[in-house]
Design a protein. Structure first.
Ligand SMILES: [Zn+2]
Length: 253
């Protein structure tokens, strides 16, 4: 019996590059009727064995095994680590690798996953950008690290900004809004304030020197597209987690 296709968010931009594979999971998949949906996060109250199975299922969509994935202990900071092996990286919110076959991952449920690939330098990066990391410009720092330390070319560096809480729904307090340029803040007629976190991160990539046509932004919103995405803002303690992964292909795979 054929395995049913797992619903994913893909990037048409990255799909044009044969040496990388990219996917973002959704809440849809096996067990999508369970409280946590198709969940890829441990420690939330979901069954660990089921999460392990889901992670393996997701890894297979980019032709990897679960043990080929590299995870971060995400702490909403601006630390960037280079790795050469899969596993769990200590407190960090960005990973860089030149190692084919190691699938970098970002775990989210509203925060912005940003994936970067330099076809000329043969290097990839994965960034977890919530409002704290975005305020610390982690995405710009990660892109600049690829340019300065890995000799990536800004003209050919490509980026994917995944599904995240969008400006339509991502309400923030004044203490958060004040950290960002006014152009990324919107107020509605009830006086509520909303932040365009995807726009903030796209602007950081442009500031680093990427070209607009090399930045692919998912137009989904995790908060209101409730059939498709997990959202911590919406579901709180019953929200599952999604993974976005990017891998450099090994020769012939
Ligand atoms: Zn929305």
């Amino acid at each position: 019996m054929a395995t049913p296709v797992l619903p994913l968010i893909r990037s048409t931009l990255f799909a044009q590059y044969p040496h990388v594979r990219l996917a973002q999971s959704t809440r849809q998949g096996e067990h999508s009727d369970a409280p946590f949906g198709f969940n890829l996060g441990y420690g939330l109250g979901d069954d660990d064995l089921r999460v392990t199975g889901n992670i393996a299922r997701f890894a297979a969509t980019v032709q990897l095994e679960a043990e080929d994935l590299a995870f971060m202990k995400q702490v909403h900071g601006d630390t960037i680590r280079e790795i050469s092996e899969a596993g769990i990286a200590d407190d960090t919110d960005a990973l860089i690798t030149r190692q084919p076959g190691v699938g970098l991952t970002v775990r989210t449920a509203d925060c912005v996953p940003v994936m970067l690939y330099s076809p000329t330098a043969g290097v990839i990066a994965a960034v977890h950008a919530g409002w704290r990391g975005s305020a610390e410009r982690i995405t710009r720092k990660a892109a600049e690290r690829l340019l300065t330390e890995y000799d990536a070319d800004p003209e050919t560096l490509i980026a994917f900004i995944g599904a995240a809480a969008a400006v339509c729904c991502y309400e923030v307090g004044d203490e958060v809004a004040v950290l960002f340029p006014e152009r990324w803040i919107q107020k509605n007629n009830e006086g509520k304030t909303f932040l365009d976190l995807q726009g903030v991160n796209r602007a950081q990539l442009l500031e680093a020197g990427l070209t607009a046509e090399h930045i692919d932004v998912s137009n989904n919103c995790t908060i209101h597209d409730h059939h498709i995405f997990h959202s911590y803002r919406r579901d709180g303690d019953t929200s599952g987690r999604m993974l976005t992964t990017l891998v450099l292909r090994e020769e012939g795979v």
